[in-house]
Structures are given as C-alpha cells and as structure tokens.
Design a protein around this ligand. Structure first.
Ligand SMILES: Cc1cc2nc3c(=O)[nH]c(=O)nc-3n(C[C@H](O)[C@H](O)[C@H](O)COP(=O)(O)OP(=O)(O)OC[C@H]3O[C@@H](n4cnc5c(N)ncnc54)[C@H](O)[C@@H]3O)c2cc1C
Ligand code: SF4
Length: 504
C-alpha cells in the first residue's frame, strides 16, 4: 500500500461533496475529491426509458439488506452522485420546518439553526444551481433576501389550463423552483420529457457535476479520483483526529493522509463508512459516542399519482412545473401537516410496465399518453429504530418502517379529490415504498448537544475535530420538500466555516 498526502479529502461528489469542492476550490488548500463512480457518459441511452428503467443502466448493482432480504437501492454511484438523476426541483425548506412541528404521528424536531441562518446560503445555492422560480404564489414561501436568480419555467399550455382550474378550486398553485440551464433558449435545456430519473444528455440540468465538480476540478488545487472507494477512515491512537483514508482505487489500496477529511457519501453510505471505521478508540464506529450514527434514517413518504382521461390526450412534454402547497402546514379540517403535491415528469410506458410486466407495452403507451402525472410527498419522522447498520462483512442493512402514514394517506385522498375535480376518470397510484432511497437523509443528525446529535451545527463531528460530514445525513427532520437545495446550502455554509477555522 502506498501513501499520498493532501490538505483536504472530500469523499463523494454529489449535492454535498460536489458543492463543497466548488466552494473550497478557490482556497490554497490541496484538495482531493474521492468518488467511487465514474462520470455518466453523454450517450443516447441517457434519454432511453428502457435503458434507464428496465435495464437500470445507471443504477448501482450493489444489494442492500432489509428485513425481507436483499434489494437494489434506488441510488447511483457516479460523478455528481444522485444529482445527475434528480428532477432538479430545488426548494428551500419552509421557515416552519426549522421549528418543532406537531404531526399526526409525533413531533418533527426543531433544527439547531434558524431559517434566517441558512437564508443567505440558500440564495447562493440558488445562484450556483441556476434555480428558476417566482416568490409569492405559494402560501408557504419563506421570506427571501433576493429574488430567484431566474424567472420560472413557463407552464406548457395544458399545465397552464390546469393551474387556472386549481385556482378556481381556491387552491394556490405555484411554479416549481427548477434548476435547469437556459430553458427554451437555443443551446440550452430543451424542456424534454426525460428529465426526472434520467441524466441530461445535453448537460443542461443543474446537477453537481455540471455546476460544481467540473468548475472545481478545473482549478489547479483540486484533484479528483474516480473509481475510488473510501473503505475506512483511520484515526490517531486516542481517536481525536482522522489521520488518513484507506481508498480502493482500480484494484489497489492507497492510504491518503490529510489534515481535514469530509465525508459526503450520501446519508446511508456516510453512516456506513463511519460504522465500518470502528477502532479501539471508537469501538461502535467513528464519532459515535452518542450511539446515534446510522439512526433516525428518513426518506419521505412518496406516492406517484396519474390522473387518466380516456379521451383527452396529454400533449404536454415538460410537465414538471406546478406545486400545490396548500396542505403543507395543515390538512383540510385538521391541524396537522400533510405535505406537498407537485406535478411530475411524464411517465413512459416502460416505467409503468415494470409494475405489471404482462400487460403489453403498446397498451401502457396508450394509457400514459392520456395521463397527467403528480408526486405526492409527506414528511416522515426521525425514529431511532429506522436505521443503517453494517454487517461483519461491511454490507449495508437498512431498517425502515414508514411513519406518519395516516397523514400521507390523507394527502393522497386530497390529491385524488383534486384530480377527479380536474376531470380524471381514473387515478392510478404507485409507490416504491421502503425501497425508495432517493430522498435518504438524517442518519448523522446535527445539533448542539453531543449526547443527542452526531454533528455540530457546521457539520463537524462532535467527537473528532478534523472530521466533517457534508451531505443529506445532517437533517434532524426530513420536511416535505425535496432535500437537494438544503444540502447544497449547508455545504456552502460548512465551506465558509472550514475556510474561517482551518484555512485562514
Ligand atoms: C431519481 C431521483 C430524483 C431526485 N429528484 C430530486 C429533486 O428533484 N430535487 C431534490 O432536491 N432532490 C432530488 N433527489 C434527491 C437528491 O438527488 C439527493 O437528496 C442528493 O443528491 C443527496 O446528496 P448527497 O450529497 O447526500 O448524496 P449523493 O448526491 O448521492 O452523493 C454521494 C456521492 O458519494 C459517492 N460515494 C458513496 N460512497 C462512497 C465511498 N465509500 N467512497 C467514495 N465515494 C462514495 C457516491 O457515488 C455519490 O457520488 C432525487 C434523487 C433521485 C435518485
Ligand atoms: S434538456 Fe432540460 S428537461 Fe431535458 S434532461 Fe436536460 S435539463 Fe432536463
């Protein structure tokens, strides 16, 4: 095994790691970004529903365990991480999400920082990820110091008609905040129907590779190793600092030393890496004096819904422009939050066929051509027994029992009523249930008390001075909007803190 040395190692290049690499790129520190995956090639398969959904071309082939046995998690290992496949719906959490909120199934805990603390970083993250949106239509919009950097992506004709009708029902539909580059402009995003869950063939989606990793590695002080998996973090004898990372790269094991290590592997893999790195000073896993590493896993309750009308063809190509947040803080006739409804990318016949494979593709194609697609999403609450553990062989085991299910059912029922009022003859529902790891978060929650949190409010571990975790792990609650912008904003905040405390 040979040894190399950098000043900072960032493990993972997704929303957290990629954003951090960008923000630290301008410093004098010698930075190594370690990414287990490779860049996603720009190729015809990027936009081929069969390649993406049937042959799972870009999904990891890793198998995780849950209480029923093995499963393939819905996650991707590549440069840019899961942001390559995201729908690029880039929301700020609502201001209320930072406080304690009573839900029908328990309490969503307060965050240790306020919305106002994160607000300037949200503004920076929106500029970095080129977010298009409009403030004010959504009753839950938090206050902003600056307008959205770009105007909203206009609704297609069919969606504009739906928005008018939703307003007629007394609802407050609003433009989805979207990270796309130059939509509708020659040379820019072409507003196609293969965005959410597909990589962008044109590199016009605001993902971490395009917006952060590529500009970061263009700097002379940032090096990136792809196909390089961090296996273990090594500490000094007393366990107060990480001294090196053991990395497997193209069949060789390399020891890389650094004075600062940032783990950004995604909520499940970051917890797993800390657990796998247990040693004499940290027998239960690194930074685990609280016993909380891996616990409080959350992933949202999500149901895909399609309003179907046999005689109305849906001509919309880019459908994902509308949000309904009227039930976000309280449901009709009940004081508890239900969550969010947003229009989704178009369903393709192949995607639907995966659920019931014996129905022929042409029938699915005819059906999805007459449907309008929506995503209905509810907050799940942090519970100690929803957790990531690793076996003796290092394999990931995910234990997850959904909670807040009653609120989600009620939101689905509300969405059903809305879709029926919009004229749908039939509403079809589908959920990936426990296997939906796309919005994984919360396994290394941040806080001020080392007994009740793993990370401090800047995402540094309480137990180890030179170890940070900058990805979705830090979430103390999952809220009910998409997590990506909050991960990026906190990464920018952590970067400022690292610059102030370690690099000045
Ligand atoms: C289909 C899909 C649609 C989504 N849509 C949205 C959306 O519209 N809006 C939104 O906000 N969010 C969305 N998300 C969620 C969003 O992508 C994630 O919340 C976000 O990417 C998480 O950021 P992260 O930094 O925690 O992890 P990731 O972005 O997953 O990055 C982790 C990185 O670490 C690497 N890695 C893991 N282990 C190791 C190791 N041991 N050594 C080296 N490298 C390692 C991985 O390969 C990966 O590149 C979506 C996700 C998916 C899959
Ligand atoms: S062209 Fe636009 S809509 Fe299509 S995948 Fe790229 S970013 Fe998404």
């Amino acid at each position: 095994m040979h040894t190399e040395r950098f000043d900072i190692i960032i493990i993972g290049s997704g929303a957290g790691g990629g954003t951090l690499a960008y923000a630290l790129g301008g410093t004098p520190a010698r930075i190594l970004v370690v990414e287990r995956g490779e860049p996603v090639p720009q190729e015809a398969e990027n936009w081929d529903p069969a390649a993406v959904w049937k042959h799972l071309r870009y999904r990891t082939d890793e198998r995780w365990l849950d209480e029923r046995g093995e499963f393939t998690p819905y996650t991707h290992y590549c440069v840019g991480g899961n942001t390559k496949f995201w729908g690029s719906v880039l929301y700020r959490l609502r201001r209320e999400d930072f406080g304690e909120i009573a839900h029908v199934d328990g309490v969503s805990p307060a965050w240790p920082i306020s919305y106002e603390t994160l607000e300037p970083y949200y503004a920076r993250a929106e500029r970095l990820y080129q977010v298009h949106g409009r403030h004010g239509d959504d009753p839950t919009d938090p206050p902003r110091s600056t307008p959205f950097p770009h105007p909203p992506v206009p609704h297609a004709e069919g969606m504009a008609a739906i928005v008018d009708r939703l307003r007629g029902f007394g609802l407050h539909p609003s433009p989805l905040p979207l990270g796309v580059i130059d939509p509708g402009v020659p040379g820019g995003c072409v507003l196609c129907n293969t965005c959410n869950s597909f990589p962008c063939r044109l590199h016009k989606k605001s993902d971490a590779e395009v917006c952060c990793v590529e500009p970061a590695v263009a700097r002379p002080n940032v090096t990136m190793w792809t196909g390089a998996t961090a296996r273990r973090l090594l500490t000094d004898g007393p366990g107060r600092s990480v001294t090196a990372v053991e990395i497997e790269r193209r069949g060789e094991v390399v020891r890389v030393e650094a004075s600062l290590v940032v783990v950004a592997c995604g909520a499940v893999n970051s917890a797993a890496l800390l657990l796998r790195s247990a040693n004499g000073a940290h027998p239960d896993g690194l930074a685990n004096s609280s016993g909380l590493v891996g616990t409080r896993y959350m992933a949202h309750l999500a149901t895909m819904m399609q309003g179907f009308h046999p005689f109305e063809k849906n001509e919309t190509v880019f459908q994902k422009t509308v949000a309904i947040n009227d039930y976000y803080l309280a449901g009709p006739g009940m004081p508890y939050p239900l969550g969010q409804i947003q229009s989704q990318g178009r369903t393709h016949g192949v995607m639907a066929q995966i659920v019931v494979p014996w129905i022929p593709l042409w029938a699915y194609e005819a059906w999805v051509a007459r449907g309008v697609d929506w995503l209905v999403m509810t907050e799940d609450l942090p519970r100690p027994d929803n957790r990531v553990t690793v076996g003796a062989d290092g394999r990931i085991r995910l234990q997850y029992r959904p909670n807040n299910v009653q609120a989600h059912r009620q939101l689905v029922a509300e969405a059903m009523r809305v879709l029926k009022r919009l004229g749908a003859w039939i509403v079809i529902k589908h959920s990936h249930k426990n296997k939906n790891t796309t919005h994984q978060c919360g396994t290394l929650c941040f806080g001020t008390d080392p007994r009740t949190s793993v990370l401090d409010t800047f995402c540094r571990t309480h137990d180890i001075d030179n170890l940070f975790v900058v990805d979705a792990s830090f979430f103390p609650s999952s809220a009910a909007v998409n997590p990506g912008l909050t991960i990026a904003a906190q990464a920018l905040r952590a970067a400022d803190h690292i610059i102030d405390t370690h690099l000045s």
